[in-house]
Design a protein around this ligand. Structure first.
Ligand SMILES: Nc1ncnc2c1ncn2[C@@H]1O[C@H](COP(=O)(O)OP(=O)(O)O)[C@@H](O)[C@H]1O
Ligand SMILES: [Mg+2]
Length: 512
């Protein structure tokens, strides 16, 4: 017969066991974080069931090793040491035999390896170990140490609790595994999609740039005429070169010509060449760009600036691939691919009669639009990394941007697009005295948010409010975001700066 004291302590104990099981199942459903959840399980067992030490070992299927994933009452270096092979030690045995093991007094057990080295005094400690299994598959082992004493309750009770806990853990681990698998697949799929269209030296993870890359991959192998559109500095020339080097003509020449670069009178002879004596100064005959581009690609930049007088001749090259040098009647045939680019509104020029409609259609076979940087902000951080790396390498520096500087870079509207971003970074890398660029090192113009409009003149307009906002940001950055000090710097009261920070919605998180 049990005494009433014994009965009461039994009830207390049962209650604690139930509480522990309930807590464990709660903990396991809080998140999909394996390490965190299992650690919480172990500390719950530790505090509610007077367990000295506890470990969750999971089987690493690729290495066949058991690894401690969570532990209670073990120092970190002990955790790292706790690796077992299947069949090794008690933990390994339990895994192999798929049955629990209890060692009432580990001091007397030769099998007990004490791998973790966490028990200097083995005597007087009992060790319980149960497999973590789902259906017939063993996933790992749960082990627990208790001070060995008969009064603390029977080993069978302990085992029963541990087996319930281990089956809860097993279910969680299974769920976690399938969650991880799905997440990984999603990640891979995303990466595959993102990296699907890669072009050397051209950075762009945004959907807009990926569309451009896809089109480049498609048109490159053909001989089709491509028209590149987009603001200045968006990478038109870069794309033209990529198309050439990705085409079967890559071994042939890539000849670039800017139609806006020289006076109208000289254009024809530059493009088509001339014979000796064709005009004053033509002391010898000379090949033009089209001839030089034979078997390769000619890139005509700023095609919108092509004078109307020359347009018929270009049209003929497009249609027949033939022309005559200036001062010659001999027709020359060339094999060239033609890529053109413009930042101007060609349709507008056509409607004004400044650009021939038939030429427009001939050029516009495959139009590619390069989006401005402000419409693909997600590419900015990657471009920053890319250019920092490039200019650090070129200049033997190791410059980095701090958080505030980066934030200003991201918020700026980049009217000059990638070219402006590239030049700004190059200048900063070369000029910066320290390796850490802070907001204070940046040109003031970057702090002034530009109006987000594609219209060139409007994008340069900054109003008083924007300048004020920029000044406040500057002051905050200079004073480590201490508002009172920033206010003093600006000669206003802390109340006033507080009001303005709200008014301009200056990021709360940055303000301490
Ligand atoms: N997506 C990009 N990735 C890397 N560099 C770029 C990118 N777009 C533009 N650049 C760089 O910016 C500068 C301007 O590009 P460019 O092709 O000359 O532009 P555009 O011809 O449209 O004016 C060049 O130095 C180029 O290398
Ligand atoms: Mg250009």
């Amino acid at each position: 017969m049990k005494s009433s004291v014994q009965k009461t302590s039994l009830v207390v104990r049962k209650n604690r066991e139930l509480t522990a099981i309930l807590e464990v199942s709660k903990v396991l459903t809080t998140s999909f974080n394996l390490d965190k959840n299992l650690s919480s399980v172990m500390s719950t067992l530790g505090s509610l069931l007077e367990m000295q030490r506890g470990c969750v070992f999971l089987l690493d299927r690729s290495s066949g090793e058991l690894r401690i994933v969570a532990a209670h009452g073990l120092a970190k270096h002990n955790i790292e040491r706790g690796k077992y092979r299947i069949g090794e030690g008690i933990v390994g045995r339990v895994l192999e035999k798929k049955t629990p093991m209890v060692i009432p007094n580990i001091g007397k057990e030769p099998l007990f390896l004490n791998r973790t080295g966490s028990r200097p005094e083995k005597d007087g400690i009992s060790f319980l170990c149960v497999p973590i299994q789902f259906k017939n598959e063993v996933l790992g082992v749960l082990s627990v140490d208790r001070i060995y004493s008969k009064e603390l309750g029977g080993v069978d009770d302990d085992l029963r609790v541990l087996e319930i806990v281990s089956s809860l853990i097993a279910q969680f681990v299974k769920l976690w595994e399938s969650y991880e698998k799905v997440e990984k697949e999603k990640e891979n799929l995303k990466r595959e999609l993102k990296g699907k269209y890669r072009i050397e030296n051209i950075i762009g993870q945004s959907d807009r740039m990926q569309e451009v890359f896809e089109a480049v991959h498609r048109v490159a192998p053909s001989k089709a005429t491509v028209l590149l559109r987009g603001e200045s500095g968006t990478g038109k020339e870069l794309v033209a070169k990529a198309i050439h080097y990705m085409s079967p003509r890559s071994k042939g020449p890539f000849v670039k010509f800017n139609c806006a670069s020289i006076p109208e009178g000289l254009l024809e002879s530059e493009l088509f060449g001339h014979e000796k004596g064709a005009f004053t100064g033509a002391v010898s005959s000379r090949k033009g760009k089209f001839e030089l581009a034979h078997k390769g690609t000619i890139f005509l930049d700023e095609i919108g600036d092509l004078p109307t007088t020359l347009q018929p001749k270009i049209l003929r090259v497009l249609q027949e691939r033939e022309f005559e040098r200036v001062g010659s009647e001999k027709t020359i045939k060339v094999d060239v691919r033609i890529i053109t680019a413009t930042s101007r509104n060609l349709e507008h020029l056509v409607s004004q009669g400044k650009f021939r409609e038939d030429l427009y259609y001939r050029l516009n076979v495959i139009p590619l639009f390069l989006p401005p940087l402000r419409e693909r902000g997600e590419d900015i951080p990657i471009l920053i990394d890319y250019f920092l790396e490039k200019f650090n390498r070129e200049n033997n520096r190791s410059v980095v941007f701090d958080k505030n500087a980066l934030r200003i870079f991201l918020n700026y509207n980049w009217p000059g697009n990638v070219r402006e971003l590239e030049n700004t970074i190059e200048r900063l890398v070369i000029m910066s005295a320290s390796d850490r660029i802070t907001a204070a090192d940046l040109p003031v113009s970057l702090s002034i948010r530009r109006l987000k409009t594609p219209d060139k003149s409007a994008s340069l307009i900054t109003n008083v409010e924007e300048i004020e906002k920029a000044n406040i940001l500057d002051a905050l950055e200079k004073t480590g975001w201490v508002q009172a000090r920033a206010a003093r710097l600006l000669g206003i009261t802390p109340r006033q700066i507080g009001y303005k920070i709200k008014k301009y919605e200056i990021a709360e998180r940055a303000v301490q």
